[in-house]
Design a protein around this ligand. Structure first.
Ligand code: 6CS
Length: 358
């Protein structure tokens, strides 16, 4: 995966089509505009498909006035570069993972907490749609950095892959685990005794192949599409967390749009919540089948029992205290509120054994 800075510079130079971008909604070329939307994934994967579908809908609703140019991962740099591009307004929109913004928005690291969201992906999406803690309180924390998350959505339950069998916390002892960059993700793996290190996913296939790292977490579609299963012998179905992505915009750019345009964007973002839920579900189901049937790159798929998951849950709970005491800048207030909302929606106490709802 070549990370092309020249692509980014070319895009900043106007993308070669003379159309406007990042100028607070002003247009050129007969009233037409192009907005750039960076994603952390490549063609065919959920985030990129999202950007294409979102662009199609916006283009139709604006009678062709607005064109959205989706960028694949690598087109404008790596995940951390993309955060910076949105923050500075070099791009207008981004699909972004909180796992790469932890050094900037400390509170957003709550997505790193294992066994926080309901076991059911559907209920998790319901929480993401309805939560005031996320859509109001956490949103305003991002806005302090010039980034507005318009929606949070799941890309599916997270699973683990390894070069060795992992079924209990002790199996993590000293295991070199790849994570995204948010520091709390690393803490979550230290709690199991692992030796985590962060890196871009663009380097991950090679790192797994060479044994630089021995394990990683991701939703199944991503494990399959990025071919991580080819260089890993085991996949542990742990459902230890949900992969959450955000539809984000540069705050100044968005605030500078007229009300009608903001409404069109907001409505489309809301419509897309159901669309992307179905997209991730279909991709995750399809890839689980494909990985299981791939005889050339055989992967042993281990489904953890509720008892086995409970052992991980126990070890993970201390990380919530760490978040409240060491990470949060508001004494864990957003997490407390989110936990209440999760309990109301799932009908369960968060953090206690809940049984599988799949
Ligand atoms: O593991 C990662 O870093 C990548 N995983 C997904 C599902 N999307 C993009 C992200 O960068």
């Amino acid at each position: 995966m070549a990370l092309s800075l020249s692509g980014f510079l070319a895009a900043c130079g106007g993308g070669g089509d003379g159309e406007s971008s990042g100028d607070g909604g002003e247009s050129s070329g007969g009233g037409s505009e192009t907005w750039r939307m960076v994603t952390e994934e490549v063609d065919g994967q959920v985030q990129y498909e999202y950007a294409e579908e979102f662009g199609k809908r916006i283009n139709e609703k604006t009678d062709g006035k607005i064109t959205i140019e989706p960028y694949e991962f690598g087109g404008l740099g790596n995940e951390s570069d993309q955060v910076e591009q949105l923050e500075t307004g070099a791009v207008e929109m981004a699909v972004m993972s909180p796992g790469f913004t932890g050094n900037m928005v400390k509170e957003g690291q709550l997505f790193a907490l294992h066994f926080l969201f309901p076991d059911s992906v559907e209920k998790t999406q319901e929480v993401l749609n309805k939560s005031e803690a996320l859509n109001k309180d956490l949103r305003s924390k991002y806005e302090e950095h010039g980034i507005t998350p318009l929606a949070f959505w799941t890309e599916g339950a997270m699973q683990w892959t390894f070069s060795k069998k992992v079924e209990k916390p002790a199996d993590f002892e000293g295991l070199k685990m790849r994570t995204q960059t948010s520091p709390l993700i690393l803490e979550s793996y230290k709690a199991y005794g692992a030796d985590p290190q962060s890196m871009s996913w663009g380097e991950l296939y090679t790192a797994l192949d060479r044994g630089t790292v021995e394990g990683q977490e991701n939703p199944i579609f991503f494990i399959g599409d990025a071919s991580f299963h080819e260089v890993q012998d085991y996949m542990t179905l742990s459902n230890h967390n949900n992969y959450v992505a955000m539809t984000t915009v540069n705050s100044d750019w968005y605030d500078g749009l007229d009300e009608e345009m903001q409404k069109t964007i907001d409505e489309t973002v809301q419509e897309m919540q159901e669309w992307v839920y179905e997209e991730q579900e279909a991709q995750n189901e399809e890839w689980l089948k494909t990985i299981k049937e791939d005889e050339e790159n055989a992967t042993e798929v281990i489904e953890l029992t509720e008892e086995q998951r409970e052992a991980f849950r126990k070890e993970a709970m201390g990380v919530r205290d760490f978040y409240r005491e060491e990470v949060s800048t508001v004494d864990g207030e957003i997490l407390d509120k989110l936990e209440k909302e999760i309990s109301e929606i799932s009908g369960e106490e968060t953090g206690e054994s809940s049984g599988s709802e799949e």
